[in-house]
Design a protein around this ligand. Structure first.
Ligand code: NAP
Length: 546
């Protein structure tokens, strides 16, 4: 910690500020941060664009939306009584249940009185003289605060495809992340889904149940594996509640905070028969076991990756009756697990249904949206409903959509022009008193586990500042460089970084995001936390505090 002389005048200005802390976003991170800031006695305001709490689980109410990680590993862990009071109904809970859970948390902690809904933040500008921030909402109102904490999510800036004629469509059209609050009826309707990522897969398998006809526009197939969801039995409920301590301890120890973690064996350290048996076991295991619990070299060794890719390809061929359709569903340009693996429930069987058609929109690209449907290079389709499951401007997109300026008016966009640069994903040099929850270059994985860590680390720093009567926190250039170098080195040798996806910052629908970047920390969560903890226990030597 570089301690410069205390400036009593700046401490005195705190009272003149509207708030001690402004939190942007009332999803899981914003909610938990509010709880912790209240404990510090900080006057806090949360600005939220939506009309309710829940963030991801508020916005993504598309049909079929549900957890991909085990429900009981996903909830908040900080309130032991809440863990006993709340019961998840399924191993992978559906979105409405998660939203109910988050509203329960908001009510339990009376959070809504400090949250201002319908309040998207347009800009946040640092005021050098006042060591504070001026936050402007979309309605033009301005609010001043010592600290700004962004809790704006990793996948929260939805992107529509850049296709001509989108606004001309006369039927109903929805982006999955902006789904209406009222139910949408697909019965007897001609429905199109564009996009086959984790969201598209969940949507397709649900819509196919009732749609008159469903046409899926797939540009790049993904490697999908079975979720194996089912209700939690009363006996399991008792077990889960009795074992929460051990469960969260397990999440603290695994690479990405999931219940699953890599097998210590290499793919070729076992016989071909053992390998096949292990793959079968993983394919039959619920959740991400096959992705994050596979042989340790699955995502680093090309030959190993080919083995599991071939295995999943065989499964797709077994499950899809029409061999031509099966081949269309098998990825050709990336290996298994190098993009986020969508978790499915009878997804492949959907393509055996007479009411479902798969269109290869790489071979026959969508040319335009027409008033009545979609025109590809080969054919014209009529639709009643078009669903855009076209993803997000991930990781940095939500930051790009707010005009954030640091010292001397420096735009964050400019700071990150050559790629995101942070310190432990939570601070940016020259953006004092701005703290990011799940900013670029934090450990992600099982998101709520990462959220709790980030919130607690930021809270620890603010407590430290309070105790030492400090009002300014920035990061030293050396520390920011050190962390950025570390993030880059963690990405070396990982096949994931050789593939276009949101995880490598590529989005064909966003200007300037066609080139892969390293915007995600690829080291282990325990190593990440150890790094952060060392900063705190070392007295924040890496920061400039005054
Ligand atoms: P995504 O993985 O980025 O998928 C977007 C899809 O839209 C891709 O198939 C993409 O094709 C397609 N697409 C985009 N623009 C297009 C265009 N102009 N023409 C044709 N196709 C186009 O987004 P997502 O499915 O929303 O998932 C994002 C992430 O959210 C997931 O990876 C996951 O981390 C998270 N998520 C989590 C859960 C859960 O935990 N339960 C559920 C859903 C999502 P290309 O591949 O060719 O670009």
């Amino acid at each position: 910690m570089t301690l410069t002389t205390m400036d009593p005048a700046s401490a005195d200005t705190t009272a003149a500020l509207d708030y001690d802390a402004i939190v942007i976003g009332a999803g899981m991170s914003g909610m938990y941060q509010l709880i912790r800031l209240r404990e510090l006695g900080l006057r806090t305001r949360v600005f939220e664009a939506g009309t309710g709490v829940g963030g991801t689980w508020y916005w993504n109410r598309y049909p079929g939306a549900r957890f991909d990680s085990e429900s009981y590993s996903y909830g908040f862990s900080f309130d032991k009584q809440l863990l006993q009071d709340w019961e998840w109904s399924e191993h992978f809970a559906p979105q409405p249940e998660t939203l109910r859970y988050l509203n329960l948390v908001a009510d339990r902690y009376d959070l809504k009185r400090d949250i201002q809904f319908r309040s998207p933040v347009a800009s946040a500008h640092y005021d050098d003289a006042g060591r504070s921030w001026v936050v402007t909402l979309a309605d033009g109102s301005q609010h001043t605060s010592r600290y700004v904490i962004s809790a704006i999510g990793v996948l929260s800036a939805p992107t529509m495809p850049r296709i001509a004629g989108i606004d001309s469509f006369r039927g109903q059209a929805f982006h999955t992340a902006k789904w209406p609050h009222e139910p949408v009826d697909f019965a007897g309707k001609r429905v199109a889904v564009i996009g086959t990522g984790a969201t598209g897969v969940q949507t397709i398998q649900e819509v196919a149940k009732t749609a008159g006809h469903l046409t899926v526009f797939q540009r790049t197939p993904n490697w999908c594996t079975p979720l194996h969801n089912r209700p939690i039995t009363p006996e399991e409920q008792v077990q889960i509640k009795a074992n929460y301590d051990a469960l969260f301890q397990r999440c603290r120890e695994t690479f990405a905070c999931f219940l699953h973690t890599a097998d210590p064996r290499g793919t070729f350290e076992v016989t071909a028969e053992e390998r096949e048996a292990f793959y079968e076991e993983l394919y039959a295991t619920p959740g991400f076991a096959i992705w994050v619990g596979n042989f340790k070299d699955t995502l680093t060794d090309r030959a190993a990756n080919k083995e599991i890719s071939d295995f999943v390809a065989r499964k797709i061929r077994q499950r899809v009756k029409d061999p031509k359709v099966a081949e269309m569903l098998i990825p050709q340009n990336h290996g298994f697990g190098t993009r986020r693996v969508p978790q499915e429930t009878h997804y492949y069987e959907v393509f055996n249904q007479p009411n479902v058609t798969l269109v290869d929109s790489k071979a026959t690209p969508i040319e335009c949206i027409t008033p009545t449907g979609i025109k590809t290079s080969e054919a014209e389709f009529a639709f009643d409903i078009i669903i855009y499951a076209t993803g997000f401007d991930a990781l940095t997109g939500a930051f790009d959509r707010i005009d954030i300026r640091g010292k001397g008016g420096l735009p964050l966009k400019q700071k990150w022009a050559g790629g995101a640069r942070t310190f432990v994903g939570m601070l940016v040099q020259d953006f004092p008193n701005l703290f990011m929850l799940l900013g670029p270059h934090t450990a992600l994985g099982n998101i709520p586990r990462s959220i709790e860590h980030n919130v607690e680390w930021v809270t620890g720093l603010l407590r430290h500042m309070q105790q030492h009567r400090l009002t300014f926190a920035d990061v030293t250039p050396a520390a920011a460089q050190g962390w950025t170098d570390h993030v880059m080195s963690c990405a070396e040798g990982l096949l994931t970084f050789e593939v276009d996806s949101w995880m490598t910052g590529v989005n064909s629908n966003v200007e300037g995001k066609q080139t892969r970047v390293i915007a995600r920390y690829a080291g282990s969560a325990p190593a990440y936390r150890a790094w952060c903890d060392a900063v705190a226990s070392g007295g924040y030597q890496e920061l400039v505090l005054s």
